[in-house]
Every structure is written in structure tokens, then in C-alpha cells.
Design a binder for this molecule. Structure first.
Ligand code: FAD
Ligand code: FES
Length: 274
């Protein structure tokens, strides 16, 4: 399928890739590049947005959603129906198949919303991705807290609403949802109705936002997982271009490869520079 514009800067690409679609799990990513031309030479990492299914429920393809930044994503936004792309994956570790007990907050900023649709469907037991969910576990409530700078940057969120997540939006200028940053919304929510305290926070977005969400979570004694979106060259551990500073058990900091050990890390173990 051709790249479809969701907003002037955000595109969705549905890929025919039954083999990868039948094994990829939420949290994992793939590297992708057009088959034509050699600029850029390297693929670009994109999270799996969702798996596409045929009439009998079989996995026939997968979708990625991306924001146009530079050469790679610009080329991907110019694809026409029937164009071929080179993809490799699934890469990285997925989220755990079984969600933790209790309410969950998914916290996203900007284009960091892309991994959460598949994860919500998986953890709420609506979809199976490669591996089944523990059905004995009570359905959890998932609040999706999503921040963008202003309303004009919001992508369509119908699929997120249909998934059963509870959406709460915020913008820096107040043009939609609560006014302020995502951590302001988190504080408001925690001080809101009783029992608003989540068992786990999962966050994805720009690094300064991830640092703030992670520190906020630590300050409130709530576990927080972050999905890092470092720039990558190979995607499979060979080049060390994607390293992040991760605090080790003895307190030292070691540079770890996000493509191999991530992209999901405990936020309290990332040595944030913000
Ligand atoms: C595991 C993983 C999953 C990802 N999933 C998605 C996704 O689902 N959707 C999506 O839109 N993006 C996602 N990204 C980010 C995406 O890979 C980059 O935006 C993309 O590689 C940019 O390529 P480009 O050629 O368009 O830009 P480039 O030409 O490589 O860069 C253009 C400009 O953007 C800056 N830049 C590029 N990448 C990043 C970055 N990650 N963070 C900050 N600045 C950057 C560069 O420094 C440069 O200034 C993911 C990244 C990772 C590691
Ligand atoms: S991208 Fe090459 S080691 Fe991670």
C-alpha cells in the first residue's frame, strides 16, 4: 500500500509481510528502507504499530507509523502502492506477554505514541501477537496519556479509542486536553480520584520527556519502563551506534546497545543527561 498521510508530517505504511507479522510482538521494531536508490544506504528503525489480518484472522502484514524527520523517513513517505521495501526484523526484545496486575498508564509524547496500540490490544487480550496472553488474569485498565505541543500535531486516535484504552490528552498551549506538559497531567491524575495510582508506567517519546517521566515515576515510587528511540545503523548489535548509558548493579554506568538489549529499559536504570 502507498504511504498514507495521517497528518502533514506523519505517515502510515501497511506492509505485506506475513512471516514477520506472524512472529513480531509489541515493543519490537524493524529496520526498513526502500529497495530503489542508495540514499540513504541504511535502514531506519520503526516500531510495529499493528499487525494486519486476513479474513481467517491470519497475519498477512504489518503497519508502521512514522514522522518525517530526514532522508530516510522522507523517502518512506514517497512510496507508492506496490513499491517494494527491504525490511529486517523482528528486532529488539518485546514487552512481557503478561501485563502486571493493576492499572497501567501508557505515557506518550509526539511520535512516541506508535508502540502503544498493539501493546494495549495485547495486554487487554484482544489480539495475540506471536504468543498468547495469560487469560486468567483480570482485564486491566489502561490510561493512555498523550502529549503534543499543540492540537495541530495530533494524529488520528480512533483506533486507540476503539481499543478500550482511556485517552487523556495534553498540549503545551492548551489547544486540546489539559494545558501543560505530560508530567503536569500525571501529577493532576495522581492527585485526582482515589485509586488513581498505576501499577506500572510505560513511556515512549523524545528523550527529555522520557527522562522527566522516569524521574517523576521514581519520585512517586512507581515502576516505569521506557522505550528508547536512539538512532541506529545496523539494528542487530554490530555497530554500537545506538548505545545508551545504563546503570549496572554495582552502580557503574555502562554503554549498552539499545537494538540488542532494548529498546525497553527500566527508566530508573537509564543515566539520563537531562
Ligand atoms: C526502536 C525504535 C523504534 C522507533 N519507532 C519509530 C516509529 O514508530 N515512528 C517514528 O516516526 N520514529 C520511530 N523511531 C525513530 C526513527 O527511527 C527516526 O526518526 C528515523 O530513523 C529518522 O530517520 P531519517 O532518515 O528520517 O532522519 P535522519 O536523516 O537520520 O535525521 C534527521 C534529523 O533528525 C534527527 N534524528 C533522527 N532520528 C532521531 C531520533 N530517533 N531522535 C532524535 N532525533 C533524531 C537527526 O539527528 C537529524 O537531525 C524509532 C527509533 C527506534 C530506535
Ligand atoms: S544499531 Fe548497530 S549496534 Fe545497535
Amino acid at each position: 500500500m502507498a504511504a498514507k498521510a495521517l497528518t502533514p508530517a506523519i505517515f502510515r505504511l501497511d506492509l505485506e509481510a506475513p512471516e514477520m507479522a506472524s512472529i513480531i510482538r509489541p515493543g519490537q521494531f524493524l529496520m526498513i528502507r526502500p529497495t530503489w536508490g542508495d540514499d540513504p544506504l541504511l535502514g531506519r528503525p520503526l516500531a510495529v504499530y499493528d499487525v494486519l489480518r486476513g479474513s481467517s484472522g491470519e497475519a498477512i502484514g504489518l503497519s508502521v507509523v512514522y514522522q518525517v524527520f530526514g532522508r530516510g523517513t522522507t523517502r518512506l513517505s514517497q512510496l507508492s502502492a506496490g513499491d517494494k521495501v527491504r525490511i529486517w526484523g523482528p528486532l529488539g526484545h518485546p514487552f512481557e506477554a503478561t501485563p502486571p496486575r493493576g492499572d497501567l498508564w501508557f505515557v506518550a509524547g509526539g511520535i512516541g505514541y506508535t508502540p502503544f496500540l498493539a501493546l494495549a490490544k495485547w495486554w487487554m487480550g484482544q489480539e495475540q501477537y506471536g504468543e498468547s496472553v495469560d487469560r486468567d488474569q483480570p482485564a486491566c485498565r489502561i490510561d493512555f496519556l498523550y502529549g503534543v505541543r499543540h492540537a495541530g500535531l495530533l494524529p488520528p486516535l480512533d483506533e486507540f479509542r476503539a481499543s478500550g484504552m482511556h485517552l487523556e490528552l495534553c498540549t503545551e498551549d492548551g489547544s486540546v486536553g489539559a494545558k501543560g506538559r505530560i508530567t503536569d497531567l500525571m501529577t493532576q491524575k495522581l492527585n485526582g480520584p482515589p485509586n488513581a495510582r498505576p501499577a506500572l508506567i510505560v513511556a515512549c517519546g523524545p528523550e527529555p520527556m522520557l527522562a522527566a517521566v522516569s524521574k517523576w515515576s521514581q519520585g512517586h515510587g512507581i515502576k516505569c519502563l521506557v522505550s528508547l528511540e536512539n538512532q541506529m545503523a545496523c539494528g542487530f548489535g554490530a555497530c554500537f551506534s545506538c548505545v545508551a548509558p545504563i546503570i549496572q548493579a554495582d552502580g557503574s554506568v555502562d554503554l549498552r546497545r539499545v537494538c540488542l538489549e532494548g529498546p525497553i529499559f527500566d527508566g530508573s536504570l537509564v543515566d539520563w543527561h537531562f
